[in-house]
Design a protein around this ligand. Sequence first.
Ligand SMILES: *Cc1c(COP(=O)(O)O)cnc(C)c1O
Length: 368
Amino acid sequence: MIRNWQYTHQYQQDKRQILKIVDRVLSSGQLILGEEVRRFERAFSAYCGAAHGVGVNSGTDALFLSLKTLGVGPGDEVITVSNTAVPTVAAICAADATPVFVDIEEDTFLMDVRQVEQAITPRTKGIVPVHLFGQAVDMDPLMKLARAHHLFVLEDCAQAAGAVYRGSKVGSIGDAAAFSFYPTKVLGAFGDGGMIVTSDNSLAARLRRLRFYGMETAYYAEEEGFNSRLDELQAALLHDKLSRLDDSVRSRITVAAAYMLGLTGVGDIVLPRILAERTHQFYLFTIQTQDRDALKEHLGAKGIEARINYPVPIHLMRGYAHLGYRTGSLPVTEKLAGRILSLPIYPEMREEHIAEVIITIRSYFAGR
Ligand SMILES: *Cc1c(COP(=O)(O)O)cnc(C)c1O
């Protein structure tokens, strides 16, 4: 049975180290905004190639607080994609702005940067590219366009920690970047967590204030703020895992390579495309097939959990109907929603389990 994508394997593997860290932090007497958070902020921002890291309590908050700090407010438009996790769009709405969607590229699932210019209006304030599934959006033309129109770029790096685009890590390219440490992410905590990474000094200082009730010194608010903190325990556990992030991504890439080899030419399967001058972290390994639903069922019957990321594009969800999109608004996004299937992938995945997935998919197409 292939059920767990990740954490139980990881916990079993690293149990002693994890419990040692838990003991150290709980014995320290400092649980909120202490040395562990500062250490991890320094380490993670350095890993990304940016000057500052600001730990917050989720990727959603990392996006929301960044948007606030970048000056987004009522009446502003922010360009992004509908083919993403709901929080990308929820954060834009929470900042009182209006998300404006552009379509995606059919072979990469990523923002079609060529469509962004047409989406710019006098109200456009910024762009949120999403490095979906672990691969970077085409950032050079996007940054050029943003600079020409005086727009900010906030990278949604929730699925792509460590991904490289033309020699730069994601998170070091835009004005600011949001990361999630949700347990299943490439760098996952044992609970919720997130971080904003930026090389802008004043942006970082303001974010530190906003996450802590708007305060710089105790009991005195400089401005209206929030409570959004990464706690010491998660920071310490994440810091430990950061040292193994590149190794764990290498393991993901090995799983992906086995899938690529084993699934080439099987049925009508379209394999994920890895673009030149980019790494793919393989947060998800997503194939396309006409027979998506039947294949998913076939896998499920063998105890293999494949997922659909994402079954309904956000612009067609009831919760976002007020944005005024309808079926046909984003043809590529809508077409892919009916064809995509994410196969199990996690660093600890064993060879026989990978083989089992491949054999089960082959048997589906052989028996048709
Ligand atoms: C997970 C995710 C988020 C939100 O992160 P949380 O930590 O769950 O709030 C935002 N954007 C994308 C693309 C994600 O995958």
